[in-house]
Structures are given as C-alpha cells and as structure tokens.
Design a protein around this ligand. Structure first.
Ligand code: GLU
Length: 375
C-alpha cells in the first residue's frame, strides 16, 4: 500500500498539503525547525515539476498568547487571536520558504469563496496566477471576519474545497494520527490500521468516532478528515492521511510512512465534467458563429469575438448553454460575464473588453476549464 501511496504522489500534478495547528505551534511559538523541513520537502516536489498549495492552520494557536492567559473560548476571542497570529504564521512560513528561495503568498478564504460560483471563479484565477508565478499559495480561513454560521470551522474541509476548486490530484492531510483505524487506537488496543479505502462508506465514518488527540489546538478530528476525503473523492482527488510529526513529513510519506490512502475512481477532469453536466441547470444561452463552434470542439475557450447572441438574464458565474448558429447545443459552461455584459462585448476582440465595459475582465467568456462539450 505504501508503494501505491508514493506512486500516486509521484504522479500527481497538483497537490494540496494541509498542516494542522499542533504541527505549526508549540507553547504559543512557531515550530520553526519543523516548518523548515516541510518547506524543504515542498521544494523537492516543486523541483520535480509538481504544483503545491499549502493550507495552513495555526493562526489561533500562535496568536492566542497575545490575548492574555487562558484558551480563547468566545468566537470574538478566537477571531482576534487569528488576527494576531496570522502574520506570525506567515512570517514563520516565509522564513522557512526563504531557505528554499521560494516565495509564499497568503490567501484567506471564507466559505463563500468556494461555495459561490461567482467568487469561486475569482479565487481560482488568483490561485492559478500565483502558481504560474512560481509562488506557494498559503491558504487559511479568513477567521477574523467569518462568522460562526458561515465558517468552514476546520481546515480539513477547507483544504478539500481548495483541492476541488483547483482540480488537484492529491490532498495530503498532515495530522496527529497516521490514518484511519477500525476503532479509536487510543482507546482500543485491537484497533487496526486501514491502509487503503476505495469507497468511503458510513462504516468508515462510524470507525472515525470523533477524536482529536491533542485537542488543545486545532479543530478537526478524524470525522472532519473523512468529510474532507469525501469532498475530494467526488472531485477526482485522492486523500492521504498521515502523521505530520516527522521532521520531513512528505519525505517520510514517500519512504513508506504509515498512512491511509482514500482513492477516487474519477480523474479531476472527469469529475469536473460530471459536475458541469449533472449539477448545473442552465440559466440562459450564448450563440456562437461557426468559427467559434469549431474552436470549442477542438478544445478552445469561448472568446467574445465568436459570440453572435445571448438569451436569458444571468449573472457572472451562471451555467449557460452554448449554441451553434442553427440553435444546436454544443456545450455547457460557467460564464465569466453576465448576460448584459455579453450583449455588449459580443463580436468584439478581447482587448476591446475594457473599453466597452469599463473594467478589464477575463479574456474568455467561458474558459475551457469551465466548459463541457455536449457530444
Ligand atoms: N483556521 C484556524 C487557525 O488558523 C484553524 C482551523 C483548524 O484547526 O482546522 O487557527
């Protein structure tokens, strides 16, 4: 199984690594030596051509001592602790990655950024740009402003949403436990480790119970890890749960450290196609000329120049049908422009968008990653 895990990691093009609070902070300070090791590991993956996105907890754990004694309990105390700790977290990470001559980029997300398609298009474009620029995006929840009802609350699920949004192939949860067991290994000596899961079932969720061994910091237990794995699985992304504690945790994993691998039988591309086809009801349509229709069929994005008409009223982020000039549906996709704006830029060159709309929008009306052909 260990070989299966390291093969999967080696083959992955884009990996989301999630690090829990207990790994980042100890007695209110950053665990700099461990972070340096993590950055060295990530640098190796990047040198092998892989893209890495880091989802890091630890803001509250690093900030809380600055609030006074005791653990922050009220929501506003946690939010203040996060505001105090987030710059300390980034400083520690920036220092670790500087040793690898790598730049880090902070991105704070709220639940809305991954659940609302209009915002999701923006968050994804920003992260794609950071990756192309060679930076390591470091994501945390925007704890200081997110309110209780609309929080992810734990970074396991946040990391899975990021993996889904970014079509990652692998999600590695570095944790205080080396995977899933048939029962809580701390309470039950007969608990057996499960190295690989093909299909997550309620049986697995029942095994997870809800334990977070070092529950002093952080908020995710095994249940949230499996919830994260479920999100990733539906997005064509495999999840690996392993111990973060070793000095070079990703090297340890590649060398066979104990882990649970939760597979997905879809690829990220296929999962996106299924999602686009099945879960979005079209709110309107865009008609295109034969040149654009051919370009779409050969895998291009839909540019304004090929658009000859727009039907229906919809906002940016809506699902739309793309029709040929004879009305036949060729594709379905998520639009980066509202129906009103499309009507204004139809037939125009991409570099005329700004002049027409007064803002510089996306080059494509529907990006090819947000498009599925109706064959
Ligand atoms: N966002 C929180 C922090 O940075 C951590 C959430 C979690 O423990 O998963 O402190």
């Amino acid at each position: 199984m260990a070989a299966e895990t390291s093969d999967l990691i080696d083959r992955a093009k884009r990996i989301v690594v999630k690090v829990g609070s207990a790994l980042i902070a100890e007695n209110g300070g950053a665990r700099q030596a461990w972070l340096n090791g993590l950055a060295a590991d990530i640098a190796e993956h990047r040198a092998a051509g892989q893209e890495i996105i880091l989802v890091s907890s630890g803001a509250i754990a690093l900030g809380r001592t600055h609030l006074g004694p005791g653990r922050p309990r009220k929501l506003e105390e946690k939010q203040a602790a996060a505001a105090l700790g987030q710059p300390l977290l980034m400083a520690a990470l920036a220092q670790a990655f500087a040793l690898q001559e790598t730049t880090v980029a902070q991105t704070l997300l709220t639940l809305e950024d991954t659940e609302n398609r209009r915002r999701w298009l923006n968050a994804r474009a920003t992260l794609e740009t950071l990756l192309s620029a060679g930076a390591v995006p470091v994501i945390n929840e925007n704890d200081s402003v997110a309110t209780d009802e609309i929080r992810y609350g734990d970074n396991d699920r946040l990391a899975a949403r990021v993996a889904q949004m970014m079509s990652a192939d692998a999600l590695i949860l570095l944790s205080d436990v080396d995977g899933l067991y048939t029962a809580d290994p701390n309470r039950n000596a007969d608990a057996e480790h499960i190295p690989i899961v093909h299909d997550l079932t309620p049986k697995h969720l029942a095994m997870a119970g809800d334990s977070n061994h070092q529950a002093d910091v952080g908020s995710g237990g095994m249940t949230t890890k499996l919830a994260a794995a479920q999100i990733a699985q539906s997005a064509g992304c495999a999840t690996i749960i392993t111990l973060g504690e070793p000095d070079r945790p990703l090297t340890a994993l590649r060398n066979g450290a104990r882990a649970t691998l939760i597979l997905s039988d879809l690829s990220p591309d296929k999962a996106r196609e299924v999602w686009l086809k099945g879960h979005l009801s079209p709110e309107g349509s865009v008609s295109v000329d034969p040149g654009a229709a051919n370009a779409l069929l050969s895998g291009a994005s839909l540019l304004p120049v090929g658009v000859i008409g727009v039907e229906g009223q919809f906002a940016r982020g809506a699902a739309v049908e793309i029709r040929a000039d004879d009305g036949a549906i060729i594709a379905k996709g998520i639009t980066a422009y509202s129906s009103e704006d499309i009507a204004r830029i139809a037939g125009r060159q991409t570099d005329q968008i700004e002049q027409e709309l007064g803002f510089r929008g996306r080059p494509a009306i529907v990006h090819r990653n947000d498009l599925v052909l109706e064959r």
